[in-house]
Design a protein. Structure first.
Length: 204
């Protein structure tokens, strides 16, 4: 009996399938991944995988959730190591970019997965962990009287920056450069702390 089948009898097949999917999709497009390939990678029949994932989309969403959890763990560790505040915000941004560069296929899948609500505000989307950390970082650098709109715009500014530079680097349009990354992750914070004025946010 293979180790994979032993794990399956003890309820370990689902996490094994997710781990296999993460390994297979790390540097490739989601369209190239099949349930049969994942099953072969683990060493089980194609029938077995359908007991845990009714279709490919179900598996892909599980991969997104796992990827987001890994990204959030890296970001939180970076924030904690930096001591929070502005350094923590910058560290979270760097961790985001380096995760994307290390996992191009998975990152593209995470960004392509549709959410049932706004990713930034949703607590049930696949990106819940990274977005929760982003909101916390924003709250740590803005003044206590900052409006809800200022919180959201600062967060979206930061997210659009790290996502944009990640995609430019993944697409080969900008060479990965640690100095550039370090400089870029400071920009959303500096703008927010300069006291950027926002329109009234009544009703938000």
């Amino acid at each position: 009996m293979t180790q994979a089948k032993q794990n399956y009898h003890h309820g370990g097949l689902r996490p094994a399938l997710i781990a296999a999917g993460l390994d297979l999709i790390k540097n490739r497009a989601a369209d190239d991944l099949s349930l049969r390939e994942v099953a072969r990678h683990v060493g089980v029949s194609a029938t077995a995988i359908y007991r845990h994932f009714p279709d490919k989309q179900a598996l892909l969403f599980a991969l997104c959730e796992a990827g987001a959890a890994d990204m959030a763990a890296l970001q939180q560790a970076a924030v904690d190591k930096a001591g929070g505040g502005e350094p923590g915000f910058q560290a979270a941004g760097r961790a985001y970019i380096y995760f994307a560069l290390a996992n191009p296929g998975l990152y593209r899948l995470m960004m392509a997965t549709k959410a049932s609500a706004d990713h930034y505000d949703a607590n049930a989307s696949a990106m819940e962990g990274p977005m929760r950390i982003l909101r916390g970082c924003v709250a740590s650098v803005l003044p206590g009287n900052a409006s809800p709109l200022q919180h959201k715009v600062t967060g979206l500014h930061a997210w659009s920056m790290v996502h944009g530079i990640s995609m430019l680097m993944l697409d080969g349009l900008v060479a990965p450069d640690g100095e550039v990354i370090d400089a870029l992750v400071q920009m959303p914070i500096e703008r927010s702390l300069r006291g950027t004025k926002f329109p009234q946010d009544e009703g938000l």
